[in-house]
Design a protein around this ligand. Sequence first.
Ligand code: PLP
Ligand code: TYF
Length: 411
Amino acid sequence: CFEGIAMAPPDPILGVSEAFRADTDAKKLNLGVGAYRTEELQPYVLDVVNKVSKLYLSNWYIAERLMLERSENKEYLPIEGLAAFNKVTAELLFGADNPVINQQRVATVQGLSGTGSLRLAAALIERYFPGAQVMISSPTWGNHKNIFNDARVPWSEYRYYDPKTVGLDFEGMISDIKAAPDGSFIVLHGCAHNPTGIDPTPEQWEKIADVIQEKNHIPFFDVAYQGFASGSLDEDASSVRLFAARGMELLVAQSYSKNLGLYAERIGAINVVCSSADAAARVKSQLKRIARPMYSNPPVHGARIVANVVGDPALFNEWKAEMEMMAGRIKNVRQKLFDSLSAKDKSGKDWSFILKQIGMFSFTGLNKTQSDNMTNKWHVYMTKDGRISLAGLSLAKCEYLADAIMDSYHN
Ligand code: PLP
Ligand code: TYF
């Protein structure tokens, strides 16, 4: 009975890593998936995570003793997740003194990282806002479409990227959000837009909030890079806080994959800001009802790591320093790539858009044929939309990458 099932296509991002692994050339470079690497291009476990995880992982009897001291065991978590995690995650996002927190207007439920949290929110939309339109940016992280498709939530796109300037099509964005039916859900990347690396300016965020408010739309933030974009947790949350300060209802999915390097732990949350504490309690009860038949309750390990890092002032400061270090390394690589491209390109092309982009990714403006040349001739693995992950690049490889881009771009 399974004979009739066709082969599914590979994921356009994760599939790039498979192709990379199969390449035997020593020069190969994986700029496909957005995952942080060191200057030596090795995966990085944050020191703070090592410190906290060692309580559970390293030495069996020390771990056992510490867990007993902390009364930590492997019992099921409640459906909504670890209370200490849910508290700190909402506070990190909004700021501990934010009125939405003090007034208990946020329904926070631990999710299976950013993806699982988005999926819970999509199910909430499907159940309680039947027929509502979700608007996503063109382009966006490819999984957004899969998530809304599988949740049977209709979506359409608003203009975002302008290929002429390799910048933001702000007029297009505003007019498409205006044209959406009243009460649509507008998916916004809180910071470090994936895949373009292009974020609105603070003034543009205000105008976006104006239009969303005028139209009674509901902002739906995807925050996968808090602290990782600018190096500051507060600065990267400023878009979300701007909307919350206007008293708007909104949704925010959070992920700790990138900023704490907890990719495989699947730790994140969905936060729904409501207009009253009473509504927040009801929304939370419904989110739990959605989670229950999907996966029953979330895993505990990542939640404990986040709660312990944020709950300990020394570890929290250490985390912030490590995030700044990671964000700083990416900024240095960005600068070096720009310098190398500008020095090599005799055509007078302006590459400064690379410096204006923020976060892990850079949209190079390379088309599919050019991206294919990058991979086939230069062994540089990247997604076909022209995105490169600067987190997978070292200073030492910038010259090589610039040569590859020059060859692909001008030939
Ligand atoms: N949303 C965006 C825009 C992303 O780039 C990612 C990937 O990092 C995610 C959500 C969710 O990733 P995860 O499920 O690993 O938290
Ligand atoms: O865009 C990226 O590269 C990251 C990682 O299905 C990722 O967000 C990519 C694809 C995917 C899950 C995570």
